[in-house]
Design a protein around this ligand. Structure first.
Ligand code: AMP
Ligand code: MG
Length: 320
């Protein structure tokens, strides 16, 4: 059994796992999180692998200090400062402009990053000892309830996580409230552990933005990044769709017909899904910026992380 009491010694052990790219489940004041080094794309890919999510969702980065905040996000905004002063540490997640250092897989390709400073002491120590922001969604398997005890985590994720830190029942028991602060205003993305009324005392009435945005309506929620040029699969594209066009290619493993493309990327030359997932969004950005008019993509194997990769490529293929 991989449940360990959240003692000083065990938290330090867990921090060692995070630093070396592994997964640790830990209590926060909202629910248990499934954490990895948020600056290491392959470690973050392990989160999606363990949760068996058939799609990539942006993750929240859990931090401990303002230095960490400044490292990952642009936070110089008066209202952001006020919110942080009043509600951090606590169950409020802020979606802010991301900085370069944040891997694309953390934000699922979005140019914004979700950040939170948790109030739970074990979570705080784990971040301190790890020395990095910890990316963590709720520590449940896809489609199951969010865990509020270490036992829930063990039942759902079992040995897929190296260590589960047991800090007893979580106090809040529901996820954090998420708001986005952008040039367009302040938006409620998800109601949660911090009542909206409390936030509105500082911000005034929040705009509501929830649910799936249509990726092709500009100005809408960029929850789901897709490249700004068409993407088609090699085994589905028609002659007509590519005639006379500059093409870029996204292969899973090995490239072919190199001369035909203005840019070629291989998701994983070693054929590893974790590596492929870690590269996916960054490569889509490169292909989009390559000067090509269309991206041709090879389908990944439809298993494990390949399912989420394929889902993202399929969404992109439906955009145009
Ligand atoms: P969880 O980690 O399970 O509490 O869920 C995290 C949720 O945060 C995601 O499902 C998104 O709805 C939201 N989220 C995280 N990052 C972003 C972002 N950059 N933009 C918009 N929503 C985000
Ligand atoms: Mg969740």
């Amino acid at each position: 059994m991989n449940i360990y009491k959240a003692t000083e010694e065990n938290i330090r052990k867990a921090a060692g796992i995070i630093k070396s790219g592994g997964l640790v489940a830990f209590p926060t004041e909202t629910v248990y999180g499934l954490g990895a080094n948020g600056l290491n794309p392959e470690a973050v890919a392990k989160i999606f692998e363990a949760k068996q999510r058939p799609t990539f969702n942006p993750l929240i980065l859990h931090i401990r200090s303002f230095d960490q905040l400044n490292l990952i996000a642009n936070s110089d905004d008066l209202i952001v400062e006020k919110l942080i002063k009043k509600f951090w540490p606590g169950p409020l997640t802020l979606v802010l402009k991301k900085k370069e250092i944040v891997p694309e897989i953390v934000t699922a390709g979005n140019l914004t990053v979700a950040v939170r400073m948790p109030a739970n002491e074990t979570a705080q120590k784990l971040i301190d000892y790890s020395g990095v922001p910890i990316a963590a969604p709720s520590a449940n398997a896809f489609g199951f309830l969010s865990p509020t005890t270490a036992r829930h985590v063990a039942n759902q994720l079992g040995e897929k996580v190296e260590m589960i830190l047991d800090g007893g029942n979580t106090e809040v028991g529901i996820e954090s409230t998420i708001i986005e602060i952008s040039d367009e205003g302040i938006f409620l993305l998800r109601p949660g552990g911090l009542p909206v009324e409390e936030i509105e005392k500082l911000t005034g009435k929040l705009n509501i933005k929830t649910g799936d945005a249509k990726p092709n309506s500009p100005g809408q929620l960029p929850f789901h990044y897709s490249p700004k040029i068409p993407l088609r699969f090699f085994d589905e594209v028609t002659e007509e769709e590519i005639r006379g066009k500059k093409k870029a290619a996204l292969f899973f493993r090995e490239p072919e017909n190199e001369k035909e493309y203005v840019l070629i990327k291989c998701l994983s030359p070693e054929g590893k899904l974790r590596q492929a997932a870690a590269n996916l969004f960054a490569y889509l950005y490169e292909l989009e910026a390559s000067g090509a008019e269309i991206i041709l993509a090879e389908k990944p194997p439809s298993e494990g992380l390949g399912i989420a990769i394929l889902d993202r490529l399929q969404r992109a293929s439906k955009r145009y």
